[in-house]
Design a binder for this molecule. Structure first.
Ligand code: G3P
Length: 232
């Protein structure tokens, strides 16, 4: 356990959901730590930037939702890799569908993250984008078809071929890049299918944040991930 990343990995993206801001983010971190310990599945959280620091005391990896491709200096309102690392993050998401970057900026953002020791989870909306960003040797590529985000229709059910093709093609570019998938994941069955399709974890938001009971939902997801990867 701890703040280091291991697989299978569940990253819960808190986006800007009010249900998981501030003290409530801490509550979710406490639950994530417990479930992670009980199941052996790594659970990371990607909170609002302003909550990175308060979550860094928990024994789970914390991810920034974004960093900008900038150096320290005169960049008002930007997110600096050094600041995120200093706040206690283990890694960062880059190029989320809700915060897209140009390919040239994705390359710089990954480089900046590496310089400060942050793991990188680069989102890709299609397999071909996944192949393109894999060339930058990020820690992970997360395949998320944007049309399924927030729908409750899981990528691993609705578009299983997107997951399996992405895993196959990305591993051809760089076998060290771990592949995650996300969008619409709401049940343990969706998580189980995602891992069986070859991914090494998931990126999820509403399926956990909007669930009536965070602990039950995380437990269901984490057990499914552990079961599926134990059977591989
Ligand atoms: O970053 C994860 C996210 O985009 C998926 O969202 O709500 O479909 O789990 P959701």
């Amino acid at each position: 356990m701890g703040r280091n990343i291991h697989y299978p990995l569940i990253i819960v993206n808190l986006k800007t959901y009010l249900e998981a801001v501030g003290k409530k983010a801490e509550e979710l971190a406490k639950i994530s730590e417990k479930v992670s310990y009980e199941t052996g599945t790594c659970i990371g959280l990607a909170p609002n930037f302003t909550d990175i620091s308060r979550l860094s005391i928990f024994n789970i990896p914390v991810f920034s939702q974004h960093i900008d491709p900038i150096e320290p200096g005169p960049y008002t309102g930007h997110i600096l890799a050094e600041s995120v690392a200093e706040a206690g993050a283990t890694g960062t998401i880059v190029n989320h569908s809700e915060k897209r970057l140009k390919i040239s900026d994705i390359e710089v953002a990954i480089e900046r993250a590496k310089e400060v020791g942050l793991a990188t989870v680069v989102c890709a909306n299609t397999t071909r984008v996944g192949i393109a960003v894999a060339a930058f040797a990020p820690s992970m590529v997360a395949i998320e078809p944007p049309e399924l985000i927030g729908t409750g229709i899981a990528v691993s059910k609705a578009k299983p071929e997107v997951v399996s093709n992405s895993v196959r093609e990305i591993k051809k570019i760089d076998p060290n890049v771990e592949v995650l998938c996300g969008a619409g994941i709401v049940s343990g069955r969706d998580v189980y299918a995602a891992i069986k399709l070859g991914s090494n974890g998931i990126l999820v938001a509403s399926g956990v944040i909007k669930a009536p009971n965070w602990e039950n939902s995380l437990l269901e997801f984490a057990k499914a991930a552990a079961d599926a990867s134990g059977e591989l």
